[in-house]
Design a binder for this molecule. Structure first.
Ligand code: PAZ
Length: 311
C-alpha cells in the first residue's frame, strides 16, 4: 500500500477514477470566478469542508464515511468573507452551510408554519436565524464573493480540488487553501470495485483498501505551488496530536497545520507553523474559535503576499 504522493500513484488514482459528473460546468464556474478575482487582485481562499465518502460498490449502496459536520468550514467561510476574501466553498453535500449554523437541521419544518392566508411564514422565534442565513448567502453569492461547489465521494473531492488548485495557480500568492475537510486515507480503487451491491450470503466481508496518494504534496508541488496552504490534523489522542501536526508540516511543506482533538475541536485549536505553535482557545467574548483562527491566518497570508514569507 502506498501513501506517498508519487507521480505514478497520483496519475493512477486520477486515471482510474470514475469521470466527474458536470466536469465542464464545474471547470467553467471555477475558472470564471477565479478570473474575475484575479483581474481585481483580490485574495481568494478555497475552504474545504465536510467528509469524503469511499464507495464500496460502483452502483453504490454502501460506503465508508469520514466524520465532519462542516461547522468548521462554514464558520471559517463567514470570517473569510468578512475579511474581504473571495471564497470557493468546496463542501460535502448535506453538511452545514455558511450563515446557517444556527438554523436547525430540519429547517423547513421547524422554522416555517402556515399563515392565515394559505401562505407560509417564518416562525417568530427563528426569524433572526433564518434572516441571517438568507441574507448572508444572498450577499455572498450576488456579490460574486462566494462560490459553492458540492462533492460527495473521495473521487469527486480530489478531482474538484485539482480543478480549483490548477486554476488558482494564476493567482500566485493571493490564493490560500484552507483544507478543513476530513479526507479518507484509504479507498477502494475503481478498477477493483464490483459493479453491484456486495452480497451478504457469505457472512463476513474482507476487503483490501488502498492508500490514497497524499494530494496535499501534489497541491503544494504541482497544482498551486505559490499559494498559501493550511492543512488540518484531527486526532482523538491528544498525546500524539502536536507531533503528528509537526510531521505533516514537514512532510507536505504546508505553511501551517491546524491541530485539533475531536472532543475539544470547537473550543481549542493549535496552529503549528515553522515559527512555533499558537494555541487559540475560545473565550466567553468570542462566538467561536474560527474568528481568531481565521484572523491569525489572514495576517500570516498578508505577510506571505508581501514578502513570500511569514513570521
Ligand atoms: O466539521 P467539524 O466542525 O465537525 O470538524 C472539523 C474537523 C475536525 C473535520 C476539522 O477541523 C479537521 O481537523 N479536518 C481534518 C481532519 C483530518 O485530519 O483528516
Amino acid at each position: 500500500m502506498t501513501c506517498e504522493g508519487k507521480t505514478s500513484d497520483v496519475e493512477a488514482f486520477f486515471a482510474s477514477a470514475p469521470s466527474l459528473r458536470d466536469e465542464d460546468t464545474i471547470r467553467q464556474r471555477v475558472q470564471v470566478f477565479i478570473d474575475e478575482h484575479r483581474s481585481r487582485h483580490n485574495r481568494l481562499v478555497c475552504v474545504t469542508s465536510g467528509g469524503t465518502t469511499v464507495p464500496l460498490e460502483r452502483r453504490c449502496v454502501r460506503f465508508i464515511d469520514n466524520f465532519s459536520s462542516g461547522n468548521r468550514g462554514a464558520a471559517s467561510t463567514e470570517y473569510f468573507l468578512k475579511a474581504d476574501y473571495a471564497v470557493i466553498f468546496l463542501y460535502r453535500g448535506g453538511t452545514i452551510q455558511p450563515f446557517c449554523r444556527s438554523v436547525p437541521d430540519d429547517a423547513l419544518l421547524t422554522c416555517l408554519e402556515p399563515d392565515d392566508s394559505h401562505g407560509i411564514k417564518v416562525r417568530a422565534e427563528f426569524y433572526s436565524d433564518v434572516e441571517h442565513a438568507i441574507r448572508g448567502n444572498h450577499e455572498g453569492l450576488m456579490s460574486h464573493k462566494l462560490l459553492k461547489v458540492p462533492y460527495t465521494t473521495l473521487f469527486e473531492y480530489l478531482q474538484i480540488l485539482q480543478i480549483i488548485a490548477t486554476a488558482a495557480h494564476s493567482l500566485q500568492r493571493l490564493a490560500m487553501f484552507y483544507l478543513a475537510a476530513a479526507v479518507s486515507d484509504f479507498y477502494v480503487p475503481w478498477e477493483s470495485m464490483g459493479e453491484h451491491k456486495i452480497q451478504s450470503a457469505g457472512g463476513s466481508l474482507a476487503m483490501q483498501l488502498a492508500g490514497v496518494p497524499k494530494m496535499i504534496s501534489v497541491l503544494r508541488e504541482g497544482w498551486a505551488p505559490n499559494a498559501f496552504c493550511v492543512s488540518f490534523k484531527l486526532e482523538t489522542d491528544q498525546t500524539i496530536l502536536i507531533q503528528k501536526a509537526n510531521d505533516a508540516l514537514r512532510k507536505y511543506r504546508v505553511h501551517a497545520v491546524v491541530a485539533n482533538e475531536l472532543n475539544t475541536r470547537r473550543k481549542k485549536v493549535t496552529i503549528v507553523t515553522a515559527n512555533g505553535d499558537t494555541v487559540i482557545e475560545r473565550t466567553d467574548q468570542a462566538p467561536d474559535v474560527e474568528m481568531e483562527l481565521v484572523g491569525f491566518l489572514c495576517e500570516k497570508h498578508a505577510e506571505f503576499i508581501s514578502n513570500g514569507q511569514y513570521t
